[in-house]
Structures are given as structure tokens and as C-alpha cells.
Write a protein that binds this ligand. Sequence first.
Ligand code: DP6
Length: 324
Amino acid sequence: MVSRARACANIALVKYWGKRDEVLNLPAKGSLSMTLDALSTTTSVEILSEGVATDQLILDGREDSGKKLQRVVRFLDLVRATAGSKARARVVSANDFPTAAGLASSASAFAALAVAASNAYGLALDPRALSILARRGSGSAARSIFGGFVRMHAGTRADGTDAYAEPISGAKLELGAVIAVARATEKKIGSTEGMERTRQTSPYHAAWLDQVDRDLEGAEEALAAGDIERLAEIAEGSCLAMHADALAARPGIVYFGTPTLWAIEVVRSLRAQGTPVFFTIDAGPHLVAFAPPAHLEAIARALAAHPEIDRTPISRVGAGASLG
Ligand code: DP6
């Protein structure tokens, strides 16, 4: 049986940076994101016959036998344990954007894999259970199960049953995004390693964690009130505080690339001239600018002017992960 699922990436407006449990992949704090339809992963999972001894991963047309396969095998082991199956699987996954460059590929990847694999192994999981399962693959993947604006809960239970995402209803802001894709480089320090080093060594980490709850509350209020200025202040603050925390780790982690500071300036000068736009940056050099849909084309043109920004795709808000 083959099950196929598509999931969109999401970009956090209030960032997740730090875990309370590494084994169950429990975040230390909640986070808040928007799902983006222009960045998606499509994954099919085929259950193999009994004689086959290993799982297979074909990623963007190439067979993988390294770390990515190991991460997929560990994830499938969780699904098999729940389903009471020993059968191996062939996973074929394709992204419509460069992987591992800080473009949230693990979010769409593990959300799509959670939906496709649970279906292939015959598990009937509701969206909350899918979010909990996707979290085991990658924390941000828990949010990609849902569309629109999404809130991730850190939870307090040791077993992680209250660490899931859910959609935010009643948001009065319609936003899209421009992704300023900086010249492709495989990122050097993945989020998992980056946030763990930060937790262990950054003198700013306690202050970072202390701020997140206030930002979550403020961002939800700003969304409910349709207040883009307040959301801009919170989202840029959360992004820059996360990067400050990582920069202060030992050795310091610098995710910004050559065009990143330039792109921040572009967004801020557009805003000073009256465009309602704000930025965020994940664990890589790409800047994501959020604005109401009518402004996206002009923002994309402005951000495309840097020689080391290769593309400026525009994204509308994305839907939740689904089969098919
Ligand atoms: C900077 O979800 O990739 O994008 O749970 O270890 O897989 P793991 O981390 P991951 O971290 C995302 C970090 C971030 C901020 C965010 O998406 O909230």
C-alpha cells in the first residue's frame, strides 16, 4: 500500500529555540507560526514485503543512506511501535525548495511523513495526535500539520502529550510572505545542534526563554486585533532575540549571511516609507518578509536587488498537511 501526503513549511513569528527534553523533542517554550503554501514537501510511504530488511529513502530523486535516512528510520520506528508492525518502508520525498538551507524543510518534511506513514501503517490519528507525532521528527513540524496561523504549546507533562500545535482562529490579519533566498549553501549548524549549544553555553538563554511567553500573548492579541504594527514589533523582536541568544553561544552561531543585514535594512526602510511589512529569519541566511498580499510584489522586487539573493518567491498562507 502506498500513502502520499503533502505538507507546507511554516515560518515562526514567535520562535522556538531550546528544548525541555531532547528524547521526546519537547520545546522549552511555545511558538507561533504561519504556514506557507509556496514551500511544500510531498512524501509517499510504501510498505515493503516482509523479506526486506531496511527502510529506503529517496530524497529529491536521490537515494540517501546517511543521517537523513537514520532520522527517517527513527521516525518510522515510532510509527511501527504504535502500529505493532515490523514491516520496512520505502519513503520517496520531494521538496519544491532547497533543503537544509534554513528554509524550514524539516517542518514540511516531518509533517508530510507523519501523515503519509501513519496512514500507510494503518493508524487513524486525529490532527492533534499527528501534531504530536510530527513533533518527534522536528519541533517545527508539529505546526505544519495545520494551516494559517498556528500556536505550538510547550506543555508541562513529561510524556509530551500536551506538547502539540493547534490553529489560531479569528485572526484579523491577512498576510503573505516574500522569501529572500540567499545564495544556496548547506547550513553548517542545524537547528537541533544550534539550539542545544545555545541552551548549554549562551549567557542570554534564560533571558530569551523569559521573553517568549510575553511575545506569544502579545502576538495572539495583535492577530485578534488586526494590529500589524504590534505584530511586526513582536516578530522582529523574537527573531533578533533568538539570533542574539545563538550569537552569544560559545562558540557563537552566526546564521546571517552577506545579504541578511542588507535585507533587514530594505524591510525597515520600506516600513519607514509606509509599507506594512516586517521580517523574520530562521537558522539560515534567508530573510522572510511578511506583508498584506497587495504589497508582496513590490517587496519581492526590492529584495531581489542584492546580487547574492537568488530568488524572491512570494507565498500565500498555506493549508494544513493532507493525504493525496
Ligand atoms: C529557528 O524544528 O528545526 O526555525 O525540533 O530540533 O528539529 P528540531 O528543530 P527545528 O527548529 C526550528 C527553529 C527555528 C524557529 C522556529 O521554527 O520556531
